[in-house]
Structure formats: structure tokens, C-alpha cells
Design a binder for this molecule. Structure first.
Ligand SMILES: Cc1ncc(COP(=O)(O)O)c(C=O)c1O
Length: 349
């Protein structure tokens, strides 16, 4: 039986994607072997990468002057690799939570860093138009604090966005972004790969990084400078097909707003549950919430798991619970959670 998976990441994958991969595991394309067991230079594997790229371009309306690349190292590696690849010496970071803090630390290893915003992360600090630095960095959706930046605004410098926990849940305004990146393991696929979409003329083939982490080099080589994470990209290609079959990014956006809206409404209607984030800054993907009585946290986790509502324990730095509502969350999961929460409150509060 599949349970309802509220994990913050790695997160649940769409069931049809898992079933398709399962069906092909022993014999992919009549080759009598899985896609994991053959060369990445095989034209059929290259076709998977090309299809994944094309689906990304179609789903997110990526302009032609942006490169789409897959990299290893996770989004955490990009906290260092982006300053290096953009050859930045000065960076401004909008700080909206724990992942912004990590981006600041990475940026500080390579450049002078200025910031806007600080803890407690319950709102997005007002950001004046940024100028005079090499770029502005922000995190579109803070996975731990549940804070979303609705509109980054217009700035006189290139804008870099960490969209690890929200990519493919809403459209991206390319007029306002020069580089968008995301680890795969929330809305895109399994861990082990991340996606970088970057304006080509911002990239430097002579950036002082290892060739496998040079964005221009990877873009010129179809993300195959060395052996790439083939199985992860193969699954991503299927997830992207599932998104397209289910109405594209606009439909994912509507579903995310409906799911998170229902959960926030239930939290706000209760004196037992609370979420501290300002309404306009609330994440549509990750909903942290506290119980009025901390002593009941362990019971909540145990009882919810008994109902098939999995991985609701909050991040240790925030406490309480966190429900992650990524694209692949099946219909009915949010309603089941809300019903459980109301029952728990009625019987245990
Ligand atoms: C917003 C955000 N950025 C970056 C990361 C780091 O990703 P990784 O573990 O792939 O390095 C995460 C991981 O959860 C995240 O949520």
C-alpha cells in the first residue's frame, strides 16, 4: 500500500512514474538491460537527456538564450559553484531562511556579500532595488521555514534563484531571472542531480572550477562532460512527462494553491495549531505548524503514521510539524491530513 508522503525531500514521486520505471527496469527499449547498465553515450540515453531538456523548456517556457544543464553535487554544491561560475566578487543575498543562510556562507567563500533580511524567518524583508553588485541571490521557497518570495521585483543586476523546493509548481518570469537552479529531489525526481537554467551570456568557459562543474562546459556538452547520473535524469524525464500529462505547470500551481490554502485555513481556524508566517509570504510547498502543547508532538507523529500520513515531523530547527505538499502528492492527501488534525485536536487537546 502506498502511504501519503509529506516528506520535505527526498519526496514522493508520481505513482505512474514509479510504475513505468518498474516495468522497464529489466528490459529498457527491448535491450534486455536497464537504462542504468549501458553507456551514457548510447543514442537512446542521449535522447532521454534531450527529451528531458525539451520538456523543461516547454513546461517552463525557457527562452532559447538560456542553457539547461544537469549537474551532480546537489544544490548545496551550487552555493559555491554559482559565484565561481559567474566569476562574482560581490553578491547581495535576500535572506529568508535556513537555505538563504547556506547560500550566504557559500557566497562568502568567493565574494563580498551583503544581505537583506534576518531571523526570525516569518516574512520576506522589503528589498530595495539592488545595484552595484555582480548579482542578487534569493531562495524562492524556504523549505524549512515555509517562506515564499512571491515576486523578487526588478533590479539593476542579474538575479539568481534557488528554486529547489518549488520548481515546476509555478511559472518563472524569465525577464526577472538570469539563473534558476534546483536540486531534483522535491518536485523533479530523485536526489543525485540538480538542474541549472542560466542565461548563456552570463557563463564563462574559463571560470576557475573543475571542468565537470563548469556550467558553460556542461552546456556545450549536453550535461555529459563525464558520466552523468543517468537513472536520475531518466526518472526526471518521466516526471516531466507526468507534469505535462496533468495540465503542466499552471495545473501544478492551481493544485498547490488549493492544497496549501486548505491546510492554512484549517490551521488558522484552530487555537491548537499555528503557523507564524505572514500570509503573503506563506509557502505553498512546505507548511510548518506548531502544536499548542509541545508534549503532544511525539503522539501526533505516531498517530498520523498509523493513519498512513507519513513524515510530518518538523525540522529540528523549527520544531513542531511540517507538511510538504509537492506536486506528486496524491489527491486526497491534504484532506486526509486536515481530518486527522481535527480529530487529534478534538481528542487530545
Ligand atoms: C531550498 C533548498 N536549497 C538547497 C537545498 C540543498 O539541496 P541538496 O541537499 O541537494 O544539496 C535544499 C535541500 O533541501 C533546499 O530545500
Amino acid at each position: 500500500m502506498r502511504t501519503f508522503n509529506f516528506s520535505a525531500g527526498p519526496a514522493g514521486l508520481p505513482l505512474p512514474v514509479l510504475e513505468s520505471a518498474q516495468a522497464e527496469l529489466l528490459d529498457w527499449q527491448g535491450l534486455g538491460t536497464s537504462v542504468m547498465e549501458i553507456s551514457h553515450r548510447d543514442p537512446r540515453v542521449i535522447a532521454v537527456f534531450e527529451s528531458a531538456e525539451q520538456r523543461i523548456r516547454d513546461l517552463l517556457a525557457v527562452p532559447d538564450d538560456y542553457a539547461v544543464i544537469f549537474l551532480q553535487g546537489g544544490a548545496s554544491a551550487l552555493f559555491d559553484l554559482i559565484p565561481q561560475n559567474l566569476m562574482a566578487s560581490s553578491i547581495h543575498v535576500l535572506n529568508t531562511g535556513a537555505w538563504s543562510e547556506k547560500a550566504i556562507k557559500g557566497a562568502q567563500r568567493h565574494a563580498q556579500v551583503t544581505t537583506t533580511g534576518a531571523a526570525p524567518y516569518v516574512d520576506v524583508a522589503p528589498l530595495a532595488p539592488v545595484s552595484g553588485v555582480d548579482y542578487l541571490h534569493y531562495c524562492h521557497n524556504e523549505t524549512i521555514h515555509g517562506v515564499r518570495v512571491g515576486d523578487i521585483g526588478s533590479h539593476d543586476v542579474p538575479v539568481v534563484c534557488d528554486a529547489s523546493s518549488s520548481i515546476f509548481s509555478e511559472a518563472i518570469d524569465w525577464a526577472k531571472h538570469d539563473l534558476v537552479y534546483a536540486g531534483a529531489q522535491k518536485n523533479l525526481g530523485p536526489s543525485g542531480v540538480c538542474l541549472v537554467i542560466a542565461k548563456r551570456d552570463r557563463l564563462h568557459s574559463d571560470a576557475p572550477v573543475a571542468p565537470v562543474f563548469n556550467f558553460a562546459n556542461q552546456a556545450a556538452n549536453g550535461s555529459m562532460v563525464n558520466t552523468p547520473p543517468v537513472f536520475a535524469v531518466y526518472l526526471i524525464e518521466k516526471v516531466l512527462g507526468w507534469i505535462a500529462d496533468n495540465g503542466g505547470v499552471a495545473a501544478m500551481d492551481r493544485a498547490a494553491q488549493a492544497r496549501s490554502g486548505a491546510l492554512y485555513a484549517a490551521i488558522d481556524a484552530s487555537d491548537f495549531y499555528s503557523n507564524p508566517v505572514a500570509e503573503a509570504a506563506r509557502s505553498r510547498m512546505n507548511v510548518p505548524f506548531l502544536l499548542a502543547n509541545d508534549q503532544l508532538n511525539a503522539d501526533f507523529v505516531r498517530d498520523s503514521e498509523a493513519e498512513g500520513l507519513m513524515f510530518l515531523k518538523g525540522h529540528r530547527s523549527v520544531g513542531g510539524m511540517r507538511a510538504s505538499l509537492y506536486n506528486a502528492l496524491p489527491d486526497g492527501a491534504t484532506d486526509a491530513l486536515i481530518q486527522f488534525m481535527q480529530h487529534f485536536e478534538a481528542t487530545r487537546a
